[in-house]
Ligand binder design. Structure first.
Ligand SMILES: C[S@@+](CC[C@H](N)C(=O)[O-])C[C@H]1O[C@@H](n2cnc3c(N)ncnc32)[C@H](O)[C@@H]1O
Length: 260
């Protein structure tokens, strides 16, 4: 029974492979899926970003890595996950059908990496959610796959659906002066974080598929938050660029902002 419960709402190998989470050792990847989700959400809870009665929105929710550990905690609240990969949304909708306050929405928008048949651009997408209806909004590893125009619209939409005083918490590969100094070393190493090409708003790994990996200029990320009424509260840098000092655990950088 314990083994069955442990595997509850853990995606099957086929979906893990389809989503590019990994393909080597399913048991190891499934355990990481649970541990990373639990680690990130417990940090959010400990930082008072999520409370049991909050309405929360997970943009680019994937296979529910951060939804799973919140079931027990968000007893009086509401969780909405939104994603452009239909198979992920369908699987989550089925797996969480016994959790009435958890909902998953398919965002049928174009993504070169995830949804190539969609008719609508992400830069023109309006989240099917009410204005000022969420206490906390986040994304993990979403803005590493959106070109600048799409990112701009998603920050606008996040701000629209946030209540005044609500916070957003998003991960990025941010190009600040430190990361920019390290770019050449990073590119020479030819890792998954190499970013040889300049595009509007950032640098990408591949010009043919900019959504495969994009880093955004920090100054433009800050300006975009300000443009849509989001005041930056904190920026915590991760070690992805090779930065050595004052780095947070976890790979990417995090920007936290409050709706004014
Ligand atoms: C690297 S995965 C991260 C998934 C999840 N946040 C996690 O941490 O497990 C990126 C996710 O963003 C989703 N995505 C990409 N572009 C999107 C868009 N324009 N709108 C909504 N979701 C998008 C993908 O379908 C994918 O599930």
């Amino acid at each position: 029974m314990a083994a069955v419960l442990e595997r509850l709402r853990v995606p099957p190998e086929s979906l893990i492979v389809e989503n590019g989470i990994g393909c080597d050792d399913y048991n190891k990847i499934a355990a990481q899926f649970c541990d990373i989700g639990a680690g990130i959400t417990s940090n959010m809870i400990n930082a008072d970003l999520i409370k049991p009665e909050y309405s929360v929105l997970d943009v680019g929710c994937g296979l529910g890595r951060l939804a799973r550990p919140l079931i027990e905690y968000l007893v009086d609240g509401r969780y909405v996950g939104l994603d452009t990969t239909k198979s992920s949304v369908d699987w989550c909708t089925q797996e969480y059908s016994d959790v009435p306050n958890f909902e998953f929405i398919f965002a049928n928008v174009f993504s070169n990496d995830y949804n190539t048949d969609a008719p609508l651009k992400a830069s023109e997408y309006r989240f099917p959610l009410d204005d000022r209806s969420f206490d906390f909004v986040w994304s993990t590893s979403l803005f590493t796959h959106l070109v600048f125009e799409d990112f701009d619209n998603y920050i606008k939409e996040m701000s629209r659906v946030m209540k005044p005083g609500a916070r957003c918490w998003n991960t990025y590969l941010l190009l600040d002066s430190v990361a920019l100094e390290l770019i050449d070393i990073l590119n020479a190493k030819n890792t998954r974080h190499n970013l040889p090409h300049e595009v509007h708003g950032g640098r990408v790994r591949s010009l043919e598929n900019p959504e495969a990996q994009i880093a955004l200029y920090e100054a433009m990320v800050i300006d975009t938050h300000n443009k849509y009424g989001l005041e930056i509260e904190d920026i915590r840098y991760g070690p992805w660029s090779g930065r050595k000092h004052n780095v947070r655990a976890g790979g990417q950088d995090v920007v936290i902002a409050v709706k004014t």
